[in-house]
Design a protein around this ligand. Sequence first.
Ligand SMILES: [Fe+2]
Ligand SMILES: [Fe+2]
Ligand SMILES: [Fe+2]
Ligand SMILES: [Fe+2]
Length: 439
Amino acid sequence: MSFNPLKEKGIPIEKQVRNWHQIVGKPYNKTEVDCYTRTRQILMNGIEVEAWGFKHQLNRFVSDNNDKTLIAQISRIEDSQQATSNWMGPADQSVLETTLGYEQVAVDLTAWMAQNEPDEYVKETFDFGLLEDFDHLYRYSQFAYMTEGIKPCEIVQGQTDVIVGRPTQHHHNCNGLRLRKPYDKKTAHPQTKVNILTLLSGEQQTHNYYAEHGFMYGDHVLRETYAEIKDVEEEHVTMYESLIDPSESMWEKFLIHEFTEVCNYYTCMEDESDERIKKTWELFLDIELGHLKAAADLFKKYEKRDAEEVIGTEIVIPCRFMSQKDYVQKVLENEVDKRLAKEGKYTTIDKLPEDWPSYKVQEKQNEISSPSENAIRLVSIYHNRDIVEADKQLKEKETAILAKGLQKKGVADNTVMPDELEKMIKKSEKEKPKQEELI
Ligand SMILES: [Fe+2]
Ligand SMILES: [Fe+2]
Ligand SMILES: [Fe+2]
Ligand SMILES: [Fe+2]
């Protein structure tokens, strides 16, 4: 059965105000929650932050007082929705635990989208970003173990592999290279528009979360790692937003924002296993249908065009959260050596020119050391080797994946090289019986 959001009424804007008790609901239990309930909660917070921020930008360009008031009413509702979804997270979920949740969102969301993206070039960009967030999950997992004694499976619940990806030290690029080629707004499928805005919102909020929380740990190497990965998320925002046609008007963008919210809540509502949280997603879908109607009316008023021309007549599904291990492993083995080239192109390590612009950036940023490499050095003192969660056949390929993903140039002095990682793994195997005696 098809669902055309433009034919639905939803809740009128004036009836969308909720009381404090409704806005601040009961948090989930961090040890009982399904990992994909947590990923939905984290993603929807990011979508609401973007929805709220965009409306304030939009309103700075609007002079009609009635329209300005309406947009202000909507941004206030977005803000209240943001509080509800973000504050579903419990007070006893640590920053590192939440961080593992953020990177699980990025990996499983990007992988799902890459397989459901109609535009081949956009798909390639998703695959590229995927391997970077995949490595972030691995780096943060080392600190979660060292700092708080957490194993990644306690958060990702065995649904997402934790192993080396494209090494984080190589994610720092010249800004010009991060820019990708935009879609054409006249021919792009609504799925492409929704996919990009969804992922962009998630990446932006990941950046914001690290920026606001990385300082909360005393460990200096961990603080530096948050700064390092935050900088990569900043690049991810640049990369994904550059895929959007820059000639879209603010009213067109307003429409796509509300449509993206509708599509995401629709999917959350369909997929949610927690009955209590599902009710919130249902309510928020109805609220967003009200926003979409307002956005479509304003689009018509200012651009004399129908909303269908931009968003079509059917809901699209941005992401069904589920395990993506097989897909991610395939991309990992084939594309870990991929790098950014000029004019929105891609290349591989062996074809990089001597004057590749990102070398300079990496050499400067990592000139003393790369914090995400120190993560592996430190954990080998605690644990003999790195913290890895994957099945045996993938684990056996770890050193080879690292060897393929490391550049020859622009490599930090403190890098754990493949032969050193191999020694760690062997040492860990040798000492396993002794460790087991202790348990
Ligand atoms: Fe919203
Ligand atoms: Fe990330
Ligand atoms: Fe990211
Ligand atoms: Fe909205």
